[in-house]
Design a binder for this molecule. Structure first.
Ligand SMILES: [Fe+2]
Ligand SMILES: [Fe+2]
Length: 223
């Protein structure tokens, strides 16, 4: 029979196993970088591709541009649909504080949608939404939380915070990556706009944590 300590040991072993795996991955990564560097010293194919990268001027035919725009279409769909989700979460909230937080982010959503449309136009593209399966799933999960919890309960609000933070973390991951990639776009305003949205998402996530820690989690635990 396994004891608590045995399980703990297993977790620790597992964790250290992953660490050594990731260390070897890092080593592999650095040797790959070293070999890439070595290649660029000669007149090799890598040198040509490196030069091409540094002189990227926003060619709409490039894989980088296509990938970036596809990712934008995904988060554009996510933002448009999140509005409906936030409206439902706002209505389902028990406390006024949580309802107000959702309402605030609902309004920010309008601005973020407009900002994404600006990014599309800065890239010479028309705004287009492409179904984001991740956001569709997260919103479905939020609906299940509402149907699985009692109306006017603190557990309902704790659950809604859980669902909303999953959404925020998804948005932070997306905007964080797009922000980093935008550093390589010729139009510098793209990164600026994405940085503004990213900061707003982080602020929303922090506000939800604050509400949970202030009183919602504790009230949920004792009701
Ligand atoms: Fe957003
Ligand atoms: Fe958000």
């Amino acid at each position: 029979m396994k004891t608590y300590n045995d399980d703990e040991k297993e977790v620790k072993t597992g964790a250290s196993g992953r660490k050594s795996e990731s260390m070897s991955a890092t080593k592999a990564g650095s040797s790959k970088t070293a070999s890439a560097k070595a290649k660029t010293t000669g007149a090799s194919k890598s040198t040509a591709s490196t030069a091409k990268k540094s002189s990227y001027t926003g060619d709409a035919e490039s894989d980088f541009h296509t990938f970036f725009v596809e990712a934008l279409k995904d988060i554009y769909w996510a933002e448009l649909h999140l509005k409906k989700g936030l409206a439902k979460m706002c209505k389902a909230s028990t406390t006024e504080q949580l309802s107000a937080a959702f309402d605030k982010h609902y309004d920010e959503g309008d601005r973020q949608i407009a900002e994404l449309e600006t990014v599309f136009s800065l890239l010479g593209e028309k705004p287009e939404a492409k179904r984001c399966e991740a956001m569709a799933g997260l919103l479905e999960e939020a609906e299940s939380i509402v149907s699985d919890t009692k109306r006017n309960s603190f557990v309902r609000d704790a659950g809604l915070i859980l669902a909303a933070q999953k959404v925020e973390h998804y948005e932070i991951a997306t905007y964080g990556t797009l922000y980093a990639l935008a550093a390589y776009l010729p139009e510098k305003r793209v990164q600026e706009v994405l940085g503004t949205i990213l900061a707003e998402e982080k602020k929303t996530d922090a506000a939800l944590t604050e509400l949970a820690e202030e009183f919602i989690n504790e009230c949920a635990a004792v009701e």
